[in-house]
Design a protein. Structure first.
Length: 567
């Protein structure tokens, strides 16, 4: 039975990125997480029914990691209450429920750990092969902007996924060399070569840094390093530190604009943290507040070095900053304690060292990207943390009565989950038809159910921007961005509220100072309501703007201004 379970779990690990890709771009995280919750609830239900016919009470053992995972979950619910986010994205619950249920599953999984880690290696091979095929034009990319994306939407998550799998492969190589298992040595060596080439194609700097950190962890736990004297270890650490700094500088120089964009996001995020340091802004706090803070930053520093790299921002490109912003310093402290306890309380063995190396790669990648927003990457957390063995702190018994109650609860949750899966599938199809010719808007009831979802907001906002009709009341509920604020400005013009229209155009112009549209809309507003001095001031500012890209759209706007004043 355990062999069959092991095969099924290995197949699930390998196929997860493919399932993510076929579930669509819009609500992929929500669909996959809800399906996984349903599957895990089914497994839990079967297990409970099986144990019901066994004699005696079942003993459940609890460790410090279990306690911290549960504490963070309940703290997140507490944050929803204190921030009064009654309309928060309820489908986010499936994402985190899938993480917790996956952790519970792997905590109680009796499969071979080495086999599961090899499955990760195979998954990395498949994603690397897809990347190689995409680079050679054999398979279409999932993003028109990038040639290589694997089963993901852009190269960043693909690079992170391959880097973690590659780190695990290196750990397995050390394991098989040490244990003289020459049968799979060639396979792992070939796998490493394929994954490294796939990683190279992604051009992801964050992924390269995460791979280096994972390799360092493997090296620090190798027998070779343990034989080095204490004095030589210090020298080795100094050399490694210098190499890391020099390597980081070269990586920065490779794409300085992208790196500066991250620095801007982190600088603005610091202002957000300063205003709500303890309990944060709530579950979707970053999406709701960030662009407003970016506008305030450029108001206060109009000559900022970061103006050329400013843009609409969806992710903070640092998961720990996101946690601090959304759940406050208390939430961040719980997360730090969680990972610290994993390192301190886990058993010291070769399998644990491989998983810690993979976890190190994931955590370093989290400092520069958004892996917790990509479901296959997020699941590395419960997978790697759940498989490790920890010191037991306490236990409790489950009686037959408790098992029956748990079975009933599981059935109810499965019914609820199945309904939500059907709704998510339905709304995904509705959203896909938005961009079709004469595509109709989604219904009010569907909108009310899904409006708190960040991915839906991004997709729906893009559709609203393309519509000539700006009377839609839903504009007010979309998360802030430069284009949405321009639409809101036009919305208030149509409703005769010129003060609010001016406010939204001005805020939009500060959000992304290099965008011409907000200033042009502001010029038209001043021109139409007779404020000629302000109109001339804005016109001069537009004509003096240094744009990232000069397009026919921007040239047409400038030409119209010149013709109006007969320059």
């Amino acid at each position: 039975m355990s062999k069959i379970t092991s095969i099924i779990v290995c197949l699930c690990i390998v196929s997860l990125p493919f399932l993510y890709s076929i579930s669509g771009d819009i609500l992929a995280n929500e669909l996959i997480s809800s399906l996984l919750v349903f599957l895990l609830l089914f497994v839990v239900g079967i297990q409970l029914i099986y144990t019901l016919f066994q004699r005696g009470e079942k003993i459940v053992y609890i460790n410090i990691v279990d306690i911290l995972v549960a504490s963070f979950f309940f703290y997140c619910l507490f944050c929803i209450l204190i921030n009064r986010e009654w309309e928060t994205d309820k489908y986010l619950i499936y994402k985190w429920s899938a993480v917790i249920l996956s952790y519970i599953f792997f905590r109680n999984c009796h499969c071979s750990i080495i086999n599961l880690l090899i499955a990760c290696c195979i998954s990395g091979i498949f994603q690397s092969i897809i990347a190689i095929c995409q680079d050679n034009g054999l398979i279409a990319s999932r993003n028109l902007t990038f040639d290589v994306t694997g089963s993901f939407n852009n190269p960043g998550p693909l690079g992170g996924y391959i880097a973690i799998c590659c780190t695990i492969t290196i750990g397995l190589l050390y394991y098989v060399i040490k244990n003289k298992q020459n049968m799979i040595l060639f396979f792992l060596s070939l796998a490493l070569f394929i994954q490294l080439y796939g990683l190279y194609l992604t051009e992801s700097r964050a992924a390269i840094l995460s791979l280096v950190s994972g390799c360092l962890f493997v090296a620090l736990n190798s027998i070779l390093l343990k034989k080095i004297t204490r004095k030589n270890k210090k020298r080795l650490f100094i050399i490694a530190g210098l190499a890391f700094i020099v390597g980081g500088w070269f990586i920065y120089q490779y794409k300085p604009a992208s790196a500066d964009g991250r620095l801007l996001i982190w600088r603005v995020s610091a202002d957000m943290i300063a205003d709500a340091p303890f309990f944060g802004y709530g579950v979707n706090g970053f999406s709701k507040e960030y662009m407003i803070y970016q506008a305030n930053y450029f108001k206060e520093t109009p000559a900022s070095y970061f103006i050329p790299v400013a843009d609409n921002v969806v992710y903070p490109f640092n998961e720990f900053i996101r946690i601090w912003i959304q759940y406050g310093g208390v939430g961040l402290l719980l997360v730090i304690l969680l990972f610290y306890s994993i390192w301190v309380n886990s058993n010291k063995n070769e399998e644990s060292d491989i998983m810690k190396a993979g976890l190190s790669a994931l955590l370093i990648f989290s400092f520069f990207s958004y892996p917790f927003s990509v479901f296959p990457l997020l699941l590395f957390c419960p997978f790697l943390c759940g498989l490790m063995q920890y010191k037991i702190y306490c236990n409790f018994r489950i009686t037959n009565l408790k098992r029956i109650l748990m079975i009933l609860m599981t059935v109810i949750l499965m019914i609820r989950t199945s309904k939500d899966i059907l709704f998510l599938e339905s709304i995904s199809c509705s959203l896909l038809t938005l961009y079709e010719k004469n595509g109709s808007d989604i219904s009010h009831s569907d909108y009310e159910k899904i409006k708190g979802n960040t991915n839906f907001n991004d997709y729906y906002a893009t559709w609203l921007i393309q519509q000539s009709e700006t009377k839609n009341e839903r504009l007010k509920e979309i998360y802030p961005s430069c284009e949405i604020y321009c639409l809101l400005g036009n919305y208030y013009i149509e409703h005769g509220d010129y003060k609010l229209a001016e406010y939204y155009f001005q805020e939009a112009s500060f959000m992304v100072p290099t965008r011409i549209r907000p200033k042009y809309n502001l010029w038209e507003l001043y021109k139409d309501i007779g404020q000629s001095e302000k109109a001339i001031e804005i016109a001069n500012a537009i004509l003096a703007m240094k744009l990232k890209i000069e397009s026919t759209y921007t040239l047409r706007m400038k030409r119209r201004i010149k013709e109006y004043y007969k320059y």
